[in-house]
Design a protein around this ligand. Structure first.
Ligand SMILES: C=CC1=C(C)c2cc3[nH]c(cc4nc(cc5[nH]c(cc1n2)c(C)c5CCC(=O)O)C(CCC(=O)O)=C4C)c(C)c3C=C
Ligand SMILES: [Fe+2]
Ligand SMILES: [Fe+2]
Length: 359
């Protein structure tokens, strides 16, 4: 086995601290041709679809990848902007804003970058770039507030797979969730409060999270509990009674049972129960994407209005709002505690002269 990396390592290079934020990933273009490789990579991940590999290979390659790319491409086309996919645009902006905030606090000792679990920029390419610029301590923050093996666990797998190939590993820290962090709860609550100030309060607040198969919860994934806790804390922060809010799960995929109650079925049923106005917020998404803009902003609005609803509002994700960046900065700062960069290049030059190596 030949391990990769650092062949051209400059012994004088300053040691840096790296902060890598990640999200799920998105296709390169809203086309069938771009959706196929993206969905293939995503849905081949055993953390995402926990079905015996051989059976799944036939279902994925024989059925899903022949049907879904076209349908998904149409949905992506409806949210795509000139700058690209919303998830990519927001994640880039988040990384830039966080980098600025870190530069103000830490100077050039800390480098901030972003990667996507599927597609580009790939985790291993970004890690390679960071390590080659001198990062010897790496903090990774997947931008999923709630832990799920299918998202956070899978991001860890991608990093571990990269590290398995590498000769020189950095010090490593990993944030596995932040679903109950006061700064995060307050930031989400504040966007809801601001929405109320402008639009008034609807009869019910729906907190809709991406679902996972119910089986994952039964097998020990804490995602469901973390979503419910996030909702409870946001409701407490807003002073809501139990009857004023609801947690639901969206984006079902495949035929098995997923976490319930389902967002779409709930919104179809609420008008008949006398709830005619709702506001929907998605606290499991750190950035707006297909699943919030199209599914919550458009598709579910139609379900609710067609069922007799009168008012439906989607409250956007935190994206690169200053409160979100501040919260992420605090999370990063806390997790960098005790780490120091070593950027004294002059000292290195003296040491090199004196004992033959700058270290
Ligand atoms: C926020 C947490 C997410 C969890 C948990 C999650 C689980 C999960 N997702 C699928 C299948 C699909 N998800 C798709 C899009 C998508 N999913 C998330 C987040 C979570 N997924 C995001 C942020 C996005 C949007 C990406 C974007 O480009 O905007 C898609 C692709 C779109 C489509 O074809 O519908 C699929 C497929 C499964 C099976 C799953 C189970 C654990
Ligand atoms: Fe998903
Ligand atoms: Fe639970």
């Amino acid at each position: 086995m030949k391990y990769t990396g650092n062949a051209g390592f400059s012994h004088h290079q300053a040691d840096k601290i790296g902060v890598l934020i990640t999200n799920l990933g998105t296709p390169q273009a809203p086309t069938k041709g771009a959706l196929k490789p993206y969905l293939k990579e995503f849905l081949s991940d055993p953390r995402v679809v926990e079905v015996p590999r051989l059976i799944w290979w036939f279902i994925l390659n024989g059925i899903i990848l022949n049907i879904r790319p076209k349908r998904s491409a149409e949905a992506y086309a409806s949210v795509w902007s000139e700058q690209g996919s919303p998830l990519m645009v927001h994640t880039k902006a988040q990384a830039e804003a966080l980098a600025k905030r870190c530069e103000r606090e830490f100077g050039d000792d800390v480098i901030v970058d972003f990667a996507m679990r599927y597609g580009e920029p790939a985790v291993s390419k970004v890690i390679e770039r960071m390590l080659s610029t001198g990062v010897r301590k790496l903090l990774v923050v997947p931008l999923y507030p709630q832990y799920s093996a299918s998202t956070v666990g899978s991001t860890f797998d991608a990093i571990a797979a990269d590290f398995q190939q590498r000769r020189w590993l950095p010090d490593f820290r990993f944030v596995s969730h932040y679903h109950d962090r006061p700064g995060y709860i307050k930031a989400v609550a504040e966007t809801i409060r601001q929405h109320w100030e402008i639009n008034g309060q609807a009869e019910k607040l729906i907190l809709s999270y991406h679902g996972v198969p119910r089986r994952y919860l039964d097998n020990g994934d804490p995602y469901h509990c973390e979503c419910l806790k996030t909702s409870r804390l946001i409701a407490e922060e807003l002073g809501l009674e139990n009857s004023q809010y609801m947690t639901t799960f969206q984006s079902r995929f495949g035929r098995e049972e997923w976490l319930k109650p389902y967002t779409d079925e709930t919104l179809k049923a609420l008008p008949a129960e006398g709830v005619k106005s709702v506001q929907v917020v998605c606290p499991g998404f750190s950035a707006d994407c297909l699943e919030t803009i199209e599914e919550i902003g458009e598709e579910n609005r139609e379900y609710f209005m067609d069922a007799g609803g009168e008012r439906y509002e989607y409250i956007p994700a935190l994206n690169s709002e200053p409160a979100h960046i501040s919260m992420l900065f605090d999370l990063v700062k806390e997790n960098l505690h005790g780490w120091q960069a070593d950027s004294d290049v002059e000292l290195r030059a003296q040491l090199a002269k004196k004992h033959g190596c700058p270290r």
